[in-house]
Design a protein around this ligand. Structure first.
Ligand SMILES: [Zn+2]
Length: 438
C-alpha cells in the first residue's frame, strides 16, 4: 500500500466500505432471548458473496438469528478444507458513553469508529473483501475454503456455531483448521512489531452458587442466614489467588517476549508480559486460572431474611485445569453452599507449528518483513470452542498491523471501539494471500 494514501482513499477501499456498512446494521446481542438479530447483515454478506459467484446457504436458528455458510472450491479437493469464520452480532453500546454514534460507521482521524469495528465486523469485512478480491483477479484457493458468518457468538453461540454444529455438522465435512478473531494483531515489544497468533483459548465455566438458610422475620434472632453464608463463601473465593502456571503456549510466548525485550533469564512472568505493551492485557490473564464473582441475587424485602441467595462466578480455566479448579471452588464455597455448573466450554490448545502456522508466519513476513510471530493463549473464548466438537482446530488470525500506541485489547467491547483504516487494508491484503496460498 502506498504510504501516502490519504484518509479519503482508504475510506473508499472495499474492505472499509463493507465494515462501515456492517457497523451501520445494529446487530446488538443483549443476551439470551434479547437480540436485534443478524438477518439484515446476513442478507448483505450473502449478496456480496453471491455477486462474486459463490453459492451461499443461510440457516435460521430462531427468528432473524441467521447463519451463513458458503464453500469456495479449491483446486485440490483432496486437501483438508480451511474454515474462515466470523460472527455478525455485537455487544450492545450505549450512545451516551461514546464520542460518536456507535452505529454510525464514522471515519475520523484515520480510523473507522463503531461497535464491531474490532469485534468483529472489521474482520468480517476483511474476509468478504479478500474473497471478492481474489475472485475478481480470477484466482482460486489451493484447498476448499468454508466461509461461515455466525449469529450469537456474544451470548454463548446457542443460535450460532453451537446450533449449526449440532444440527448441520455435514456442512463442516473435511474441515481441518479454522481461522477467526482475536489474534493476528500486532503489539510493540521493545520497538519490534510482533503479531500475536492465537493458538489456544482458556475454558469458560459459569457456575452458580446457592446458599440456603432459614427464612424469617427481620426482627428476630437468626444464626442461619443464607445471605451471610453466601457472602462468606464469595469472600473466600474472591480473595483466593491462583498461581501462575505456564502451558506449552504461554511458556513459548514468554520466552520469545523475554528474548525480544532483552530481559534476563528468570524474569518474573508478569514482568515479561508487561514487555508486550498493550498485549499484556490479554497475556497476563492467560498465565493463570481466573475466577471472578459477576452476579449477586438475594433478598426481596428489608424486613425478611430470605431462604436462599445466589451468586454467579465466571471461571476461566487453563487447559487441563477445569476439574481441579472446580474442586477448589467447591471446597472454598463450604458447607451449605451448592455449586452448579451452568455453562461449561472447553479450553483449547494447538501446537505452535504445522503447515498453517508456517504459512501464516511466511505470509505476514511477506507484507511486514521484520514481523515476529508469537503464539498466545486467548484468556476468553470464541466460536472455535463449539467447532472443536467436530475436531476442527481453531486459530485466531485476523491480521492487523497496528500503531504501537493503540491500546487495541481495550477496544474489544469497549467505548469508542475503532480500528485504523490502513490496518484493515493491510489485513485484507495478508488474508487474500493466505487464503490463496495455504
Ligand atoms: Zn468476537
Amino acid at each position: 500500500m502506498n504510504q501516502h494514501t490519504g484518509e479519503a482513499d482508504l475510506a473508499d477501499t472495499e474492505v472499509v466500505r463493507i465494515a462501515r456498512d456492517l457497523i451501520r446494521m445494529d446487530t446488538s446481542n443483549h443476551g439470551p432471548g434479547k437480540a436485534e438479530g443478524e438477518a439484515e447483515a446476513t442478507d448483505y454478506c450473502r449478496a456480496l458473496l453471491e455477486e462474486a459467484g459463490l453459492r451461499c446457504q443461510v440457516f435460521e436458528a430462531g427468528k432473524d438469528r441467521t447463519n451463513l455458510v458458503a464453500r469456495w472450491p479449491g483446486r485440490d479437493p483432496g486437501l483438508p478444507a480451511l474454515m474462515v469464520h466470523g460472527h455478525l452480532d455485537v455487544v450492545p453500546a450505549d450512545p451516551a458513553d461514546w464520542s460518536v454514534d456507535p452505529f454510525g460507521g464514522e471515519v475520523r482521524d484515520g480510523m473507522l469508529w463503531g461497535r464491531g469495528a474490532v469485534d468483529m465486523k472489521g474482520t468480517d469485512a476483511m474476509i468478504l473483501a479478500s474473497v471478492r478480491e481474489a475472485i475478481r483477479r480470477g484466482e482460486q484457493p489451493r484447498r476448499d475454503i468454508v466461509l461461515c458468518l455466525f449469529a450469537d457468538e456474544e451470548s454463548g453461540c446457542a443460535h450460532g456455531s453451537a446450533w449449526l454444529v449440532d444440527e448441520h455438522p455435514h456442512l463442516f465435512e473435511g474441515v481441518g483448521n479454522a481461522i477467526s478473531e482475536v489474534g493476528g494483531y500486532s503489539v510493540d515489544i521493545a520497538g519490534r512489531r510482533a503479531y500475536l497468533l492465537q493458538t489456544g483459548e482458556k475454558g469458560a465455566l459459569w457456575a452458580k452458587l446457592t446458599a440456603e438458610g432459614t427464612a424469617g422475620h427481620g426482627s428476630q434472632l437468626h444464626d442461619d442466614n443464607a445471605l451471610v453464608r453466601l457472602a462468606e463463601a464469595v469472600g473466600r473465593i474472591g480473595r483466593t489467588t491462583w498461581p501462575v502456571t505456564l502451558t506449552d503456549t504461554t511458556a513459548e510466548l514468554l520466552e520469545r517476549v523475554r528474548l525480544l525485550a532483552g530481559l534476563p533469564l528468570g524474569t518474573d512472568p508478569s514482568r515479561i508480559a508487561e514487555a508486550a505493551g498493550f498485549g499484556a492485557r490479554f497475556i497476563k490473564p492467560s498465565l493463570q486460572n481466573v475466577v471472578n464473582v459477576t452476579m449477586f441475587n438475594g433478598g426481596y424485602k428489608a424486613n425478611v431474611v430470605p431462604e436462599r441467595a445466589g451468586a454467579v462466578l465466571d471461571v476461566r480455566c487453563l487447559p487441563g485445569h477445569r476439574d481441579a479448579v472446580l474442586d477448589r471452588i467447591r471446597g472454598l464455597a463450604g458447607p451449605g453452599v451448592r455449586v452448579d455448573v451452568e455453562t461449561d466450554l472447553p479450553a483449547l490448545e494447538n501446537p505452535f507449528d504445522g503447515d498453517l502456522v508456517g504459512r501464516i508466519a511466511e505470509t505476514l513476513r511477506r507484507h511486514d518483513p521484520d514481523a515476529e510471530v508469537l503464539p498466545y493463549l486467548l484468556p476468553a473464548g470464541t466460536d472455535n470452542k463449539p467447532l472443536s466438537r467436530l475436531g476442527i482446530r481453531g486459530f485466531g488470525f485476523a491480521p492487523l498491523r497496528l500503531p504501537a500506541d493503540l491500546d487495541f485489547p481495550s477496544l474489544f467491547h469497549g467505548v469508542d471501539e475503532r480500528v485504523p483504516l490502513d490496518s484493515l487494508v493491510f489485513g485484507r491484503e495478508v488474508l487474500t494471500d493466505l487464503l490463496l496460498g495455504y
